[in-house]
Design a protein around this ligand. Structure first.
Ligand code: IPE
Length: 257
């Protein structure tokens, strides 16, 4: 029986982050091809990029209901934009021969952060979920990040071999800002006691950027699951990470090992 690998396709990887609702089809197709070539049971969690963060930021959706702000239309719009991104991802996987089924979180999940409510849906083939605007008991609605979905799937499904965060533009966590980094600046093994330099574009990003991935990665690793953060633009690395072969990237450990 092949084991399970939970993989995040970061929003900045699969979309052009600075152009509203613009997909990077080349990257999506290359990720689909890689996933089709693996016989692991995959759970794919994709991010939002320019299909989520821009409007969510403008209408302050991560803060929940703010009296006086007309947010409900934006909630619907972002949910629809995310359904569209998810349709594109699912179609690409299907075209590459993957039996994939998608479960929009606003239908089954409630609340935000690592302790959101809802039973994790799972499909016999490849399961797809994504960061979404979900209902929230206290704040009416909020943003559930794909990084929190990663944490829950990676730690609650049986037989999880690895969690892989595939991101765009960098090879992993870096010691210096990405614009100044050379090959020696990649942190090969990272734990939460170490600092790293990531650009958290808080102007754009309504969830936690690279910091949230590192933090959720460490929480996953605490449960004894291997965690890798890799450059998702290089398909050989994505395949090696899924298969458990040696790969350029950052291995995240909990600090207790
Ligand atoms: C964010 O999800 C969801 C919305 C803004 C609707 P993520 O936190 O998983 O997205 P990325 O990977 O940072 O784009």
């Amino acid at each position: 029986m092949p084991g399970t690998v939970v993989i995040k396709w970061g929003g900045g990887l699969i979309t052009h982050k600075d152009r509203l609702c613009s997909v990077n089809m080349e990257v999506i197709d290359s990720l689909s091809k890689v996933c089709a070539s693996s016989n692991k049971n995959l759970v794919i969690v994709h991010g939002a990029g320019s299909f989520g963060h821009m409007k969510a930021k403008k209408f302050r959706l991560a803060e929940g209901d703010i009296p006086g702000l007309e947010q409900l239309q934006a909630v619907d719009e972002v949910r629809n934009d995310m359904l569209e991104l998810n349709r594109i991802v699912t179609e690409s996987l299907t075209e590459h021969g993957v039996s994939a089924k998608s479960f929009p979180p606003h239908i089954w999940a409630k609340g935000t952060g690592p302790n959101f409510e809802g039973e994790l849906p799972i499909h016999d083939g490849v399961t797809i979920v994504y960061g979404d605007v979900v209902d929230d008991e206290e704040n009416v609605f909020g943003i559930l990040s794909g990084d929190d979905l990663m944490l829950r799937y990676a730690t609650e499904l049986p037989d999880v071999e690895r969690a892989v965060f595939a991101i765009g533009g960098v090879d992993g966590l870096l010691r210096v800002p990405p614009s100044k980094a050379g090959p020696d600046d990649l942190i090969e093994v990272w734990n939460p006691d170490m600092v790293f330099e990531g650009v958290h574009e808080s102007e754009i990003d309504v969830t936690g950027g690279i910091g949230l991935k590192a933090s959720r990665g460490a929480m996953i690793s605490e449960k004894g699951i291997d965690v890798l953060l890799i450059n998702g633009q290089i398909s050989e690395r994505v395949l090696a990470a899924i298969e458990g072969n040696s790969v350029i990237g950052t291995r995240i450990v909990s600090g207790n090992c």
